[in-house]
Structure formats: C-alpha cells, structure tokens
Write a protein that binds this ligand. Sequence first.
Ligand SMILES: *Cc1c(COP(=O)(O)O)cnc(C)c1O
Length: 385
Amino acid sequence: MADQAGPIPVAQPVLAAEEAEAAARAVLSGWVTQGPEVQAFEDEFAALVGAPHASAVSSCTTALHLALMAVGVGPGDEVATVSHTFIATANAVRHAGAEPVFVDIESGTYNIDPQRLEAAIGPRCRAILCVHQMGMPCDLDRVLAVAAAHDLPVIEDSACAVGSEIACNGAWEPIGRPRGAVACFSFHPRKVITTGDGGMLTTADPELDQRFRLWRHHGMSVPDIARHQSRKVIFESYPVLGYNYRMTDIQAAVGREQLRRLPEIVARRRVLAERYLALLADVDGLGLPEQPPFARSNWQSFCVLLPEGLDQHATMQAMLDRGVATRRGIMCCHREAPYRDVRRAGPLGRSEEAQDRGVILPLYAQMTEDQQDRVISALKEALAA
Ligand SMILES: *Cc1c(COP(=O)(O)O)cnc(C)c1O
C-alpha cells in the first residue's frame, strides 16, 4: 500500500474488519456512549496490565488532568516533569492549575534523569509526573525512591507505553500495574493501539478510581447505565464539579479488539526494533536508542540521533525524496510560547539535543523487512550525501 500510494509512513495503526464490526455492534446496540462496552474494555484492560482498577476517559490528556487533581495538585503547586515530551504532559499540569518544573533527560533512553529530579523538588512541589517516552519505561525505581524521600505521589504518563514492561524485584510487569499512584494511557492512532481518541487510568487506590468515575461524567453520582438498568426510580445528584471526559461505547468496542491484537503487535514491533538495532549498529556517529536492563519497550517510536554537525531537516528531506517519511525528535515544551518562562531544574541540553538531532524512523506492525531495508538504505544514503 505504502509502495504505490506514497512514502513509507512513520506509523500506521492496525485496524481491520474486526474493529469495524465492533464499532457497528456498538452502533446497532443503540447504546453509543459510556456503557457496557466501556465497562468491558476497562475490565479487559485491567486484567491485561494487572491493575485493580481501570477507568476509561476521552484521552490521555484528560486522564492526566484527573490524575493530577486526584493526588491533590491544584493552583499554586508545582509538578516535577520533563520538557522533552509531547506538550499534553505540560498542558495537563496547567489544566490542574499548577506549574511544571522541567528536568532534563538521559541520552539514549530519552527518559527523565533521576539524578536531576531532586533539584526540581521545592517547597511547592506536589507530585512527580514521569513519562515512559516513546514506550521506553523510565527508571521508575529511582523515581519512586526520590518521591518516597519527599513523600510525593508519582503519576506515570504511560501514553505511549501500553504493552511495555518493567522489571520489578526481578520479575517483568506490564506498565500500568500500579507502581506510582496512577498510570495514564493514550489510544490516539499514533500510539501502539487506538480507539480513534481515548485514554485510560489505572490505579490500586479505589478512592482515586471512584473520583475518576465521578469527574469524567459531570460529577454525577449515578452512572447512566445504573439508572437504565434499575427497576426503581433513581434521582442522581452532583456532589462535585465534574467534566465531560467520557469515552464512547463505539470507541471502547474498537478498543477491545485492539487489546486482542496487542501481544502480536508488540511482538512484531520488537522484532523490527531489534533488526534496526542490528542493521544500524555499524553506522558511524549514529546514536541508537538504548533499552536499559530493567526495561522492555513496545517501541512505540524508534528514534535515532544523527551524527553531530549533520543538518536534521536536510537529512529528513533526503530520506523523504527516497520515499521514506520520518519525524524529528520529540519536542521540548520549554521552547514553546506557553512554557518559555517556567522553572527549570538545571540545563535542558540533552532535551534540546534530542529534539534537534533526533529522527524518528518508520516502525509499525505491518512493516515488511523489505520496507525496513529501504528505510535503512535511505538513511545511509542521506547520511552519506
Ligand atoms: C500522545 C501523548 C499524550 C497525549 O495523549 P492524547 O490521548 O492524545 O491526549 C500525552 N503524553 C505523551 C507522552 C504522549 O505521547
């Protein structure tokens, strides 16, 4: 498909007849927003990651907003996080009325540098928001240790990390099995599985889960489905200020099919990532992504660091001219207008370098080895040009 229709894309969701039929099933049921499909999707997601509670919402951004509020973040507070992330991470902190404080990353993993985290924690810090960037688990043990020393809750921005695993006391656990207070996932099409748009919160704390369920549905005391199924007349109440952050049943029905595909999608992505690592190992000066011993990535994105002095834009254009689409490295929030003046816990040089020298290569489950070979050739030719 990519061969005739245009360049090899950076990403491509795996969507087929099963998802279309699931969406049709929800439509034809007559129940189209938060109802039985959402409940089933939550149960299946919770079982998959091994979380006691999972609640579905409209996106990861809204999930992060609720998670931050639930752990007590509000106006006047600070939240320690990274600048090198999609802007939604920082936006969610602002939505909660708080200010982010930016910490630099480690090169190779593109994740928060735990050594620099301490410097971000001042008297107003109320939470740590760490990111498993591009699906690579961050050093959660060290982040949790810093958090424990300061008695701070940890929220995991796991937007990209469904299907990723992290070692916990020597055993592999899926991201989303509660380690911090809350983990937040995205089902945007650019992630590994998709519901069009959508998000999920997992937690071990039943009180937090109850708050998410109240907030996402206008603060309404009784879910629609409970009123619908009741043989008795129920009057609802609105004990708190709420939001409309619901996922629809159409999205959830699609999501359930995507969950079934997840193991296969992640396995294929891992094969392709290993292949990139092997076939690019001999390219002079090229920085390859690093997977620490405690991490197993789902390889949501595969980002290489161009050799020093190379023109990022020209290299990407040369690859596009050879029929291969790429994206530059993950953005830095502190370079965007809303975040230029926020507090930084030290220099953000590695974050800036990752944006300026990073190139995200095509990686998706349907990619053939032939297509991958063409990406590698295009990259090598662009580097030589
Ligand atoms: C995609 C992404 C988000 C936002 O997810 P949405 O579901 O689009 O709101 C947040 N954080 C990170 C790190 C992301 O990659």
